[in-house]
Write a protein of this length. Structure first.
Lengths: 335, 307
């Protein structure tokens, strides 16, 4: 088996499309990270000077002066207390209508805890997609070129062949995801420290756990895509299914299950697995339901999807795909 | 240890189409390939040759029947004998973006063969110098040679070659045939599947002819051809000779100034003519070629098997 694993690892390393996808696994998170850091960068002296110039420019605008004059003449219309002398009224009107420095300096601060569940989830989603592409393109090429039959002439034990390829997809997917996510969060930690940001206690532990679960999910998703490609013997078919599930799956579930749909949405279960469960809105739980006579405070409409329930949902999909794939590969003729 | 390298009994393969229609590709096929030499596996296109080979190699499952390679039942014991079997099934199938050498390295490493074995195989099939080119840049002949090189990675005792000269130019065909002859002479048993009769006649010592998924004839090529042997007889008085030979029980046909007489041995003809006091001017064996035998045996077969 070791020989076969090494062969499959070599085959994967020699496949250029896989190498490109592996590079993208690091490049895209790096770009996302760069964008996140840029958008939350601290205000610099240059930013301050630029904002001050904009405030000054706006304050000297004749239309603003006219508006302030009107405010001084009719303070009540502008919500300014009447009865003040003109200088005070002008100051109050100016404060109310005039631009402030903060208006031009508004920028979100780097929020690591929030980033775990939005930017972090986004990066994990991207990695899942890319590792799935690696899984499908790796073995799709064997079917497209017909070289699968050649491989079986040298190793006819089909379960071993299936298993060796799956293990390589899983291993490469796991290592790649772990490295990409570790790099992403290590760089984020470095920036947070550099900016002297206070991170709530336990946040890094949560991030580590979510990242590891994300990496595991990405690797298993790669195995799932590989299994589907072995089942359908076509990269195109697998890509079609991936596209169909991502676009039409939610619609189909919503149509079939209606008010209970949220429990079965793929993304909700992924989210529950990654982030220790998920509270979601379930209209069927609301008092009155669809009758239109709802009078609650909204809390009773929320349902909880536990992490283990999310994991079971995802595991069932994987197990069914793998079982069908192995059965098909073992039984069907190989062209 | 059996003397038969390949043995099938009552082998049957049915395909079921998406519309539920059953098509029998191989029916009750009994194939016996003795150890050593080059054995031809002849049949028209669609007669079930490739399907039979694919079943022997575990690429397709048999509907019923039994198969043995080196005495071991396959596909159950295929892993135990696969290291002794090299095969090219239909067209060569390799990863087009890998070089020829990379393709062979992956196969060699999967059976634990050293990388030097790859270089030897490349040299044997005269691909050295082009082994680092991508497979997709190879000509058809080079692809065929690479496929044969792949079979040599195992030091096979049995080589199964399915239409190995398909699409090759005359020089390529000669090269492949020479390689097959050399391998056959070196003690490797070669099963050569082909619909090119001249190829089988030139290269093979024995052959099995199939049609419509069935075995039609099998045995040494000389015997297969000999079954249809007749003799050209030239005598001063053909009419008298015809009468004498017919009276002696021979089947005689007249031709342009001579007679064609079916007989197992020429001595039988001379004896019958001598008894009638007719003396031969010429007696020449007219050997049917394999094509004649093949066409006779496969006449009436439809392509694609029974439906």
């Amino acid at each position: 088996m070791t020989k076969l694993l090494l062969v499959e690892l070599t085959r994967l390393r020699w496949r250029r499309a896989v190498l490109v996808l592996l590079a993208v696994c690091f490049l895209v998170p790096a770009l996302v990270w760069g964008g996140w850091m840029w958008n939350t960068r601290p205000v610099s002296d240059a930013d301050l000077r630029q904002a001050q110039a904009q405030v000054d420019e706006f304050r000297n605008d004749p239309s603003l002066q006219r508006e302030i004059d009107r405010c001084v003449q009719h303070p009540r219309q502008y919500g300014v207390p009447s009865g003040a002398d003109e200088a005070t009224a002008r100051e109050l009107c100016g404060e109310m209508m005039g631009p402030t420095l903060e208006m031009y300096l508004y920028r979100e601060q780097l929020d690591v805890a929030q980033g775990r569940i939005d930017t972090g989830a986004g990066v994990i989603t991207i990695l899942i997609g890319l590792i799935m592409l690696i899984g499908t393109t790796f073995v799709g090429h064997d079917w497209n070129s017909g070289s699968m039959s050649n491989q079986l002439l040298f190793e006819p034990r089909r379960i071993r062949v299936w298993g060796a390829k799956a293990l390589i997809v899983f291993g490469v997917g796991l290592v790649t995801s772990v490295l990409a996510l570790a790099g992403f969060w290590a760089a984020t930690a470095a920036v947070a420290a550099h900016r002297d940001l206070k991170v709530p206690p336990g946040t890094w532990d949560l991030i580590r756990d979510s990242a590891l679960r994300g990496a595991l999910l990405a690797a298993l998703a790669g195995v799932g895509a590989y299994a589907l490609t072995m089942l359908f013997r076509s990269t195109v078919a697998t890509l079609g299914i991936m596209f169909g599930v991502s676009v039409g799956g939610s619609i189909l579930i919503a149509v079939i299950l209606q008010e209970h749909a949220q429990r079965w949405m793929l993304y909700n279960n992924v989210y529950a697995w990654l982030f220790d469960g998920l509270d979601y809105y379930d209209e069927s739980l609301c008092r009155g339901g669809f009758s239109g006579s709802y009078s609650g405070d909204g809390n009773e409409c929320m349902a909880h999807l536990s992490q283990s329930a999310g994991a079971q949902y995802l595991l069932v999909i994987l197990v069914v795909s793998v079982a069908l794939s192995v059965w098909s590969f073992r039984r069907r003729d190989v062209p | 240890m059996t003397d038969l390298v390949i043995e099938t009994d009552s082998l049957r393969k049915e395909f079921v189409s998406r519309t539920g229609q059953r098509r029998v590709a191989v029916r009750d096929l009994s194939l016996r390939v003795p150890t050593g030499g080059v054995h031809g596996f002849l049949g028209p296109n669609g007669s079930g040759k490739t399907t039979t080979i694919r079943m022997l190699l575990g690429l397709a499952g048999a509907t019923s029947g039994t198969m043995r390679l080196f005495g071991e039942p396959v596909p159950h014991h295929l892993p135990q004998v696969i290291d002794k079997v090299g095969a090219v099934v239909e067209s060569p199938k390799f990863s087009p973006n890998f070089t020829g050498r990379q393709n062979l390295l992956l196969l060699a490493r999967s059976i634990g063969a050293p990388d030097t074995k790859v270089d030897q195989a490349i040299e044997t099939v005269s691909l050295d110098g082009r082994e680092r080119d991508r497979y997709k840049a190879y000509s058809l002949g080079m692809k065929q040679r690479l496929a044969i090189a792949a079979t040599l990675l195992k030091d096979p005792a049995l080589l199964i070659l399915d239409e190995p000269t398909n699409g090759l130019d005359p020089a390529g065909i000669r090269e492949i045939r020479d390689t097959i002859r050399t391998l056959g002479a070196s003690g490797v048993t070669v099963l050569l599947s082909s619909h090119i009769l001249a190829e089988v006649q030139q290269v093979c010592s024995s052959a099995t002819i199939i049609g419509n998924g069935r075995t039609l004839a099998s045995g040494p090529v000389d015997e297969l051809i000999g079954a249809g042997t007749s003799h050209r007889v030239v005598v001063p008085d053909p009419a008298a000779a015809q009468a004498a030979l017919t009276a002696a029980g021979f089947t005689v046909t007249t031709a342009d100034g001579h007679l064609l007489v079916d007989a197992e041995q020429p001595a039988q003809i001379t004896r019958a003519l001598g008894a009638a006091d007719i003396w031969l001017a010429e007696l020449t064996p007219v050997r049917a070629d394999l094509e004649t035998v093949f066409l006779e045996l496969t006449s009436g077969d439809t392509l694609g098997g029974d439906r």
